[in-house]
Design a protein around this ligand. Structure first.
Ligand SMILES: Cc1cc2nc3c(=O)[nH]c(=O)nc-3n(C[C@H](O)[C@H](O)[C@H](O)COP(=O)(O)O)c2cc1C
Length: 170
């Protein structure tokens, strides 16, 4: 079975090494547009974004994570937030943020970009908000590092589907 969506799902890999090529504003706009078309409970659209390209800010953010080299080398970063003022249910809003982040990864794939979901930086989310000048009412969910892939040799594995199926009642 093939479809552009399924192909993007299977082809996407986390990209952690990038070329210097610029990610245009148009592409970043498309990525954020794809992000906001994720589903959300009650269609409350609780996500908010910060786009970061400034090397001085990237350098400061890089200090907040073990994966600083990725943050510094990415051409652009998209920090994904939940706006606490828009939230109605912690679990469901967090799930919505996950769907939104996955849309970003798939949009990047569709635009020939590479991306990686960075979660380890959440341990310093208070500091990240300070660097970006954002209020505590914005709760960091992830930073997605974006750029043109240096190569596409990444490999990833999944366990066999049978290991995940608890029941298959037909
Ligand atoms: C919640 C979450 C947090 C993650 N945090 C990091 C991270 O901090 N650094 C990193 O290099 N990759 C991070 N990743 C990427 C995973 O390592 C990656 O998705 C996984 O190894 C599977 O590889 P694939 O994306 O190429 O299929 C994260 C992924 C998720 C979903």
């Amino acid at each position: 079975m093939t479809s552009p969506v399924l192909e993007a799902i299977y082809r996407r890999r986390s990209i952690r090494e990038f070329t210097d090529k610029e990610v245009t504003s148009e592409k970043l706009h498309e990525i954020v547009k794809a992000a906001i078309w994720a589903p959300s409970g009650l269609n409350n659209q609780p996500w908010r974004f910060a786009i970061i390209k400034d090397p001085r800010i990237k350098e400061q953010l890089a200090e907040q994570t073990h994966y600083g080299h990725i943050v510094e080398n990415a051409n652009a970063l998209v920090a994904v937030y939940l706006s606490k003022e828009e939230m109605y249910d912690t679990v469901k809003d967090t799930q919505s943020a996950g769907a939104c982040i996955q849309n970003i990864l798939l949009a990047a794939e569709a635009l020939d970009l590479g991306a990686v979901w960075l979660g380890q930086i959440l341990k310093n989310k208070v500091e990240v908000n300070k660097i970006l000048g954002l209020a505590d009412s914005f709760d960091l969910m992830a930073i997605v590092a974006l750029g043109y892939p240096l190569h596409r040799k990444q490999k990833s594995r999944r366990k066999d589907i049978s290991e995940f199926l608890l029941k298959n009642i037909q």
